[in-house]
Each structure stands twice: as C-alpha cells, then as structure tokens.
Design a protein around this ligand. Structure first.
Ligand code: ZN
Length: 679
C-alpha cells in the first residue's frame, strides 16, 4: 500500500463502508443478470441490453413493428445496402491500398436521420490499415458509459496508485490532443475485458473492433490496478483487474474498420437524434460535450477538401490517426449547414504525402460527387414510424411481396440493393409478384409514404430460395425431338398459347385459367416477354409452363445458322433471367423448321413442339369456330394451338375448357403431357 494515495479515506471504518458499497453493487448486478436471463431474453428487448454487466436498466421503448421480432443488426443491414459501385466510379485513380467509406445523412422518419451508404477502394469493412489514434474515441465513450453506469458523471475523479485526474480532462487530452497516455488510462479505467467483451461487442454494434494495444508504452493495459472513483461525497473502490481475453488481432495491433470507427463518432455526434437502441448510454449533455472535443480534434486531414467541396467552413467532428510508416486515417461527421455526411478514409502514409494531404483530395472528390449527383436507391434507417409488416411468400419460383401498412399512400420495396417494386393507393395491404435472382439471407426493406412524406422505414432479414436454374450454367443438350401430340393412352390435353405475352389478352387468359384451375403452356416471343416480365412472373407463379417461340417471330428456315441460334438463345436467356427456369420446348414460328433448327434447339436443351389441333384463331378471329374446332378435333393426348394476343381467343376460352371437360379430358402442361423427365 506504500505510495498509494487514498484521499478522503482516513479511517478503516470508512474503507469498510466503501467495500460494502462495492459488494452491494456486485450483488445487484448478479440479480439483474439473472432477471435478464429468466425473463427478458425472449422479448425482443434483449438486442441492445443483454451484454451489460452493470446495473443500468432503462425502460425499453418498442414500436409495434419492432415488437414482432428482434431488429436486424445495424452492421449486417448496412453491409447489404451499401453501394459498392457508384462511389468507386466517381473516384477513378484512387491510390492503391486506400479505403473509403461515406454516407449522406438526410432527414428520415420520426425526426431521426436516414442514410445512403457508399464505399470505394478497400471499402468500409476492410481491416487492412493501421487504425492508429482513430480508436481513441472508443475507450473514451466506454469510460463515460462505465462511470455513468455506476452513478458518476464525466467530472468524476479517478485515483490511480500514482496519479489522479478527472475523467473529463483525461478524455479531453485523449481526443483533442490524441494523447497516448490518456488513451491508455481510459482503457485501464474500464478494463480491457469489459471494453472488448461488453462494450465492443456485436450486440452493441461492434462485431469487428477489438483493442489490445497500449500506445504510451508507460504501462500494460492488460492489467488495471485498484482504483477509486470519487465525486462529491461519493467514493467507490474498483478492485484490481487483469484481462483474461487475449486478442486475436494481427501483429498485436488493434482490429478496426472504417465503418465501426465512424459509427462511434456518428453515435456521439448525432446522439440527440437517435433512437435508444443506437444511443450510447451516456447523457445527452455528455454526448454534446464529447462532440465538441471531436469537432476540435487536431489535425483534420479532411478539412481542406471538405471546405473546397462544400464551401464555407464545414464543421468536422472526427478523430484522425497517423503513423508515419503506416497509414493516414481520418473518420467523422461533416456538417455544412443542412448538408451532413459521414466520411472515413485510410491511405498508406507514403501515398498520402506530406501531412496526409492525400486524404483531403479524396474528401474533396467524395463530397463533390455526393452533393452534385442525384441520389440513387432508397435511404436506410433503423425501423421507425407507423407499423409495417412485410413478407416474401414463395410462389413456384416466384415471390409475392406482401406489405401491410395502416396509413400510407405508397410503398417502395427493396431487397438489399435490388428494387422489388412499388405500389400506390391506400393500404392497408399491397401485393405483387416478383422474381428474385439471388438466394440466401437478404434484407427486405420497405419505405412507406403518405403523400410526399415518408412515414416509415422497415427492414427485416429474409431467406430467399435460389432460382431453379442458374442462367449462366451451360444448357444440357437434348436429342432434339419433334413432338406433335402426347400419348393417347391417358385422357389429357395441353392448351398452348403462342405469340404473347400481351398486356391485355394474356392477362384475361390468365384470369380465366386461374378461375377454372386449368394449367396451360405459353410459347412466348422474346420481344414480347421483354415488355411484360410481370406476365411471365404470373405464368410461373400460377404453375403454367413457359416455352420458347423465338425472339422476333421470323421463319427460322430463312435465317443464317448464327441468326437462328440468336433467335432461340436470346429468349432462353430472357426467360431464365426473368423467372429462373429454362424453357424445355421450342415452337418455331409458323411451324417452320429444318435440320439446322433441330440441331441448334438440341444444343440449347430444347425439343420442338408443334400441335395436332390448330384452331386457326389468328385467321378467322371467331370464338365460335375456335370452340367448334376443339369440339371436332381434340382427343386424348392433343396439343391445342391458340394465340394469347386476340380477344376472340380469350372470348372462346371458357367454352373451350367446358367442351374439353365434357369429353372427359384433363388439362396438363406440355411437359406433363409428353412425360418429360425433369432436366
Ligand atoms: Zn407464332
């Protein structure tokens, strides 16, 4: 005990009381943890509160939408919505080894900010840089949370064996002057294990960042000596601690990425505007005080570029870092009137030049691009606003988007960065079909509007089945058969419709088929399918078969081999892209084909399908004659030829179905009729 300073602890009795006080807090913390594990884990409330070992209980404010399921981890969501292309295109000539992360901040719902995220070079989530002093913000915030959790404020005096100072002064020097000693003191105060396991945890929004390196060389940050916290009449002993966890960051360095570094600053600077789940557990006044320090942190490698791009004198609240032989780094929030940005840049120091000025050049290019180009995509915000429910329901390889919003006039839906469509009109329910090209875990995102005002942002994790066919796989060749009809041993027929999809008649025909519960086969022209992908989606979702009728409906026997190949392959690819299946059948326009047609079709995995009942609907356009032809000619195994581009055909269809049913025939697709094995 020699050499320790214990001001205000004159009598042994006094010390005893302080020890009891410490014991009480520990017991209370244990009880609290028990409560958590018993009751609160399943409630959806756990997400931002579980990892706290200290007795801070706040009432959870849960919106109805958020109450249904645990919110999506913010980092996971941002990784799915961040734009990886646009900024990279703007920043041609970015020095090798440079990482850039940027976001536009705009007014969101509920008075909270929304964001558009971008990255370039090595990107926002790369760890390939030396974070240097930028990490000093993390133990500073952790220390503030830690003392607040124990009932002290930033004015608390921390007493070490050989020094004492207020936390406020320690953090001031660590942030504004980037003092290495004061950084180490903040780490020692909270303890390295608490810092890495409780504060820098995935649940708190820091899945990557781990600190394991002291910067001053004065003492080992893996051990914390016995400390006293003293403020006013209160004192508290903190027993010595030794970090159990040993970090796994390379080269005994600190693990960090630009995104998480910038998150720390974003959550301090925007504290008053954020939802409780995002806020650090510090008072608003403390966040404002820390913001001031960040805005005065020296030097700012971004300042000159920001000033040039935005004009005036933008306020830059940031934490720079610079190791001569390694990297220049700066990350923070840039405020210029109503314009607000997040920006972080890391660049190898030898490429950045004197005083890291390369960062300023990048800042100029990024900010100029962000403010002069109209934004694309949908902004992102943690769930907020009127309650939203959103689902993707599988429909035979297609998906039905179902959104429920009580008070809205429009909904816009995205899957990660893929636009899934929008619908206008009063809710509460919006539904439409779509095709999804990539399977796996995705982020389903909804923006709901009331007039010109967004009223909700909502996102949730969904799992999407991959499409049946991968359109880049080479097709499996077939023997290239020609079919005119199926087996007559079973009482089945196939209705087939050529030349569509047509916006009006195909829709009518699909409605009738749906009403009657009858499947059909649609031989689509590529040029038509391109105009109406929604009709292809509907055909697929309603279990009809989609087949190939060439792209431009030219007689294939009049074309060169290359042109025939093109006519067939284009439509194959188009259908595959739109609905994720590969057609199995080609019906050559006008029924014209030759040896070349058969060879090329076979190479693309197609057999030829003609017909045995021709209604000649294209010629006479007479519903009665269509019905009569079917009545006279159709029999078991028939393939009936019609066209889904004439109103007369749609007019005749209910009666055609009735006539065939009266003959005791069942309806199947061409594949089923021909009994083709699955490819
Ligand atoms: Zn045709």
């Amino acid at each position: 005990m020699a050499g320790w300073i214990w001001p205000g602890l004159a009598s042994p009795g006094n010390r005893q009381r302080v020890r009891q006080g410490q014991g009480e807090i520990t017991a209370r913390a244990r009880r609290w943890m028990l409560l958590l594990s018993l009751g609160l884990l399943g409630s959806g409330w756990w997400w931002h509160h579980t990892q706290v070992a200290l007795p801070v209980v706040r009432p959870a404010k849960v919106t109805p939408a958020a109450a249904q399921e645990p919110p999506v981890p913010w980092v996971w969501g941002v990784q799915r919505v961040i734009d990886r292309q646009w900024l990279a295109q703007q920043l041609r000539g970015l020095p090798p080894g440079t990482a850039v992360y940027a976001a536009q901040i705009e007014p969101g719902v509920g008075g909270r900010p929304a964001y558009r995220f971008y990255e370039a070079g090595l990107g926002a989530f790369s760890q390939q840089f030396w974070p240097a002093s930028t990490v000093k913000i993390l133990p500073a915030v952790a220390a503030l949370e830690w003392v607040h959790a124990q009932g002290f404020s930033r004015q608390v005096t921390v007493v070490w064996p050989r020094r004492q100072d207020t936390l406020e002064r320690i953090i001031d020097r660590a942030i504004r002057e980037s003092s290495n000693l004061d950084y180490d003191l903040t780490v020692q105060l909270v303890g390295l294990d608490w810092l890495n396991q409780q504060f820098l945890s995935p649940e708190r929004g820091f899945p990557t960042t781990q600190l394991q390196r002291g910067y001053s060389g004065t003492f080992d940050i893996h051990t914390s000596p016995r400390l006293i916290l003293r403020q006013g009449q209160r004192q508290q002993w903190i027993p010595p601690r030794r970090a159990q966890g040993r970090g796994t960051c390379p080269a005994q360095g600190n693990c960090a990425n630009l995104f998480e570094m910038t998150e720390a600053i974003r959550r301090v600077v925007l504290h008053a505007e954020l939802g409780e789940a995002e806020q650090f557990r510090i008072p608003t006044a403390t966040a404002a005080w820390l913001t001031e320090l960040l805005c005065r942190a020296e030097p700012s490698f971004l300042a000159a570029g920001a000033k040039m791009a935005l004009g005036g004198t933008p306020r830059i609240c940031h934490k720079p870092g610079w190791v001569l032989s390694k990297h220049c780094v700066d990350s923070g929030v840039i405020l210029a009137g109503r314009e607000r940005y997040l920006l972080a840049v890391a660049m190898p120091a030898y490429r950045a030049g004197d005083n890291c000025r390369g960062l300023s050049q990048v800042a100029y290019q990024v900010l100029r691009a962000l403010r002069t180009t109209p934004p694309v995509g949908m902004p992102h915000q943690p769930n907020e606003g009127v309650p939203v429910r959103a689902q993707l329901l599988p429909r035979h390889g297609m998906y039905e988007v179902v959104v429920q919003v009580p008070d809205a006039s429009r909904v816009v839906v995205w899957l990660d960065q893929e636009f899934l469509g929008e619908q206008t009109g009063a809710g509460p329910e919006y539904r439409w079909l779509t095709h999804i090209r990539r399977g796996g875990e995705r982020l389903l995102r909804v923006q709901a509007w009331q007039g010109t005002q967004p009223v909700a942002y909502y996102s949730r994790k969904v799992t999407v089945e991959p499409p049946i066919a991968s359109c880049s796989d080479p097709p499996i060749p077939t023997p290239g058969r020609v079919h005119y009809r199926g087996s007559s041993h079973l009482p089945r027929v196939a209705l087939s419709f050529d030349d569509g999809p047509d916006a009006k008649q195909t829709r009518r025909i699909l409605d009738i088929l749906q009403q009657e519960g009858v499947p059909a086969t649609f031989f689509v022209q590529g040029r038509m399918a391109r105009r109406s992908p929604q009709l292809l989606w509907r055909m697929q979702a309603e279990t009809h078969e989609i087949a190939n009728h060439s792209t431009n409906h030219r007689s294939l026997v009049t074309l060169s081999r290359a042109a025939v190949q093109q006519e067939i392959a284009t439509t194959q690819a188009l259908v595959c892209q739109q609905v994720g299946i590969r057609p199995r059948y080609l019906r050559p326009p006008y029924g014209h084909f030759d040896r070349t047609t058969r060879e090329l079709a076979a190479q693309l995995g197609l057999s030829l399908v003609l017909w045995d009942v021709d209604t000649r609907d294209w010629q006479h356009r007479n519903p009665q004659r269509i019905i009569q032809t079917v009545q006279d000619q159709a029999r078991a195994g028939s393939i009936i030829l019609m066209h889904d581009i004439y109103s007369s055909t749609a007019d005749a269809l209910p009666q055609v179905i009735a006539v065939l049913r009266a003959k005791g025939l069942e309806f199947v697709t061409v594949s089923e009729l021909l009994g083709s094995p699955d490819p």
